[in-house]
Design a protein around this ligand. Structure first.
Ligand SMILES: [Zn+2]
Length: 83
């Protein structure tokens, strides 16, 4: 993993917990535009976060992913590695 990619993967993770600054956001977006690995990593993180949020919001963790969400999660995780 390139040094820039390590920084971008950290920003991808941070962006789920806080609003990125202007410079961070610009650097992040520009890198995602040119790097498919980081784009996939960002998509995976968002997908996992959304799945976890869905489960957390459901009383007693009895939520079920829809077929579309399950397929999307499965395909994305299957297609992408190295995140
Ligand atoms: Zn990258």
């Amino acid at each position: 993993m390139k040094h820039a990619c390590k920084e971008i993967s950290r920003l991808a993770s941070d962006s789920l917990d806080r609003k990125l600054g202007l410079w961070e956001k610009l650097k992040f977006r520009m890198h995602l535009f040119i790097c498919v690995n980081c784009r996939n990593c960002d998509n995976n993180l968002k997908l996992i976060r959304n799945a976890l949020d869905l489960i957390e919001k459901t009383k007693y963790g009895q939520a079920r992913l829809s077929d579309v969400q399950r397929d999307q999660l499965h395909q994305t995780l299957k297609k992408n590695t190295g995140c």
